[in-house]
Design a protein around this ligand. Sequence first.
Ligand SMILES: NC(=O)c1ccc[n+]([C@@H]2O[C@H](COP(=O)([O-])OP(=O)(O)OC[C@H]3O[C@@H](n4cnc5c(N)ncnc54)[C@H](OP(=O)(O)O)[C@@H]3O)[C@@H](O)[C@H]2O)c1
Length: 254
Amino acid sequence: MNSWEIDLSGKATLVTGGSRGLGKAIALAMAEKGAKVAICGRKQENLDMAEKEFKEKGFDVLAQVAHVGKPEQLESLFQAIDQSFGRLDILVNNVGTNIFTRSVSEADEKLWDKLIETNLKSVFLASGQAAKRMKKQGSGKIVNISTIAARKAAPGMGIYSVAKAGVEMLTKVLAAELAPDHINVNAVAPGMVKTQFSKPFWSNESMLQEITRTIPMGRIAETEDVVGAVLFLSSSLSDFITGDIITVDGGFMA
Ligand SMILES: NC(=O)c1ccc[n+]([C@@H]2O[C@H](COP(=O)([O-])OP(=O)(O)OC[C@H]3O[C@@H](n4cnc5c(N)ncnc54)[C@H](OP(=O)(O)O)[C@@H]3O)[C@@H](O)[C@H]2O)c1
């Protein structure tokens, strides 16, 4: 019987890039809802700081260094999850990075490969690892973090946008493929969120004013604005929703 509440008690969860920004906010919210949480990132010092915050709030966290574009590092992360949790109920593919690309047609091949690896291949790799485990369980939730830039070209975001458009289609393909195994695959596409990633934009007062003028709700998102959509898609409240993308942008794309 559904209690109409988001309850993630005992759910084994991995939030990639959970050491800061949006990923950390999602990971902490999952823990507050009762989940057993694992996070990863490239830098140990970021993971240490996140782990300290989890401990201060009374939560355990499995924090392991892993670059999500590197299959061998992901493999050892999933093995650590197997050992600690013995299952995986929720995967949040949160990692995403952009490197300003003036022109895609003239972009360096190495930059293309790097951005596709971190933003798109990573979702393919981690979802494959998760799906193997979720199929055995006969249940699971995968939530991918996209962006409105996946559907609207924006200056400097060319390769990132292409990769995230790939993430949105991968979401649909995996949703159709994994539905018979009772695995839901959905995405959340935020507009600008106040994190380190977007600091060059929101830390400049005149640029921030220009951006907020284009958002009907008149402000950029805080991480908390995005967390709710991720929690919903990770919970039993969304059991019959798959292959969908929730836009969290204060009406920008409306
Ligand atoms: N902020 C925005 O305005 C915005 C808007 C739309 C969508 N998004 C999406 O939201 C997601 C989270 O973004 P954010 O703003 O929270 O970014 P962020 O503040 O830069 O945080 C990124 C997190 O991912 C980790 N990370 C980066 N590259 C990694 C890699 N290759 N392997 C493993 N971990 C890695 C970082 O830790 P380390 O540095 O230690 O690796 C950090 O924990 C991304 O998918 C982004 O595309 C953000």
